[in-house]
Design a protein around this ligand. Structure first.
Ligand code: KIV
Ligand code: NA
Length: 264
């Protein structure tokens, strides 16, 4: 099968085909997910929580991300590989360029950054230099201390309108994918309609163009709490590859997320 690219995902949005993505941090799981037919793998800085047992993603650094990106890359043949830029690794444009280069050289095909309007120049600069960007809005975990906890974002109209405006600016700046985390379903739908790049939701309702889950949540093996928006697909299947195949088909046919997984 042909390698999945940002163009593949864009076409899926245009055709109304739902995109399934999941995190991975090593070659063995990455290989299973790749063979199951997942459309993209994210080496998330969630590894701080699910691999390192930290309380949030702030202790994760660029060396951790490079190491796990290299590991995942060795297990993958066709899936698109996206790597998270960790906390404070893109505080300035220059930092963003040199740290994104490290992730691309480790095997990523795209980098992900958390934030809105303030990232416009950084994203422009990265794309001009050949680095595809996935943006991330809503509950952006690197800002947990600003939010005062892991809380649903965009519940107020002014906040929601601002998020829609930021999504448009990020697309204009050149972002080719947009993760939406923990926002009301209605807002997930509105943002997905407002931009032409694919949106990938986690706790963002049924109407984003795709979904993403942390692999440990999708398999029910996390040392952290199980978020409301996740589902244990291993329980129904008893086999890791079949669990991910079920996840992909449930996303594709609109059964996941269910009403119990969304915020109104
Ligand atoms: O780090 C991560 O796993 C993420 C996803 C939850 C989107 O950013
Ligand atoms: Na992340």
């Amino acid at each position: 099968m042909k390698k999945i690219t940002t163009a593949t995902l864009r076409k899926m949005k245009q055709d109304g085909d739902k995109i399934s993505t999941i995190t991975a941090y090593d070659a063995s799981f990455a290989k299973i997910f790749d063979q199951a037919g997942i459309h993209a793998i994210l080496i998330g800085d969630s590894l701080g929580m699910v691999l390192q047992g930290q309380e949030d993603t702030l202790p994760v650094n660029i060396e951790h991300m490079v190491y796990h990106t290299q590991c995942v890359n060795r297990g993958v043949t066709k899936t698109l590989i996206i790597s998270d830029m960790p906390f404070m690794s893109y505080a300035t444009k220059e930092q963003a360029y040199s740290n994104a280069a490290k992730l691309m050289q480790a095997g990523a095909s795209m980098v992900k950054l958390e934030g809105g309007e303030w990232l416009v120049d950084t994203i422009k600069g990265l794309v001009e230099r050949g680095i595809p960007v996935c943006a991330h809005l809503g509950l952006t975990p690197q800002s947990v201390n600003v939010f005062g906890g892991f809380k649903v974002q965009g519940r107020e109209k002014s906040q929601a309108d601002e998020m829609i405006a930021h999504a448009r600016l990020l697309e204009e700046a050149g972002a080719q994918l947009l993760v939406l985390e923990c926002i009301p379903s209605k807002l997930g739908k509105a943002i997905s309609e407002a931009v032409s790049i694919p949106t990938i939701g986690i706790g963002a309702g049924k109407e984003t163009d795709g979904q993403i889950l942390v692999m440990h949540d999708a398999l029910g093996i996390s040392c952290s709490y199980m978020p409301k928006f996740s589902r244990n697909f291993l329980i129904d299947t008893g086999d890791i590859k079949k669990a991910v195949e079920l996840y992909i088909s449930e996303v594709s046919n609109g059964n996941f997320p269910g009403n119990e997984h969304i915020f109104n």
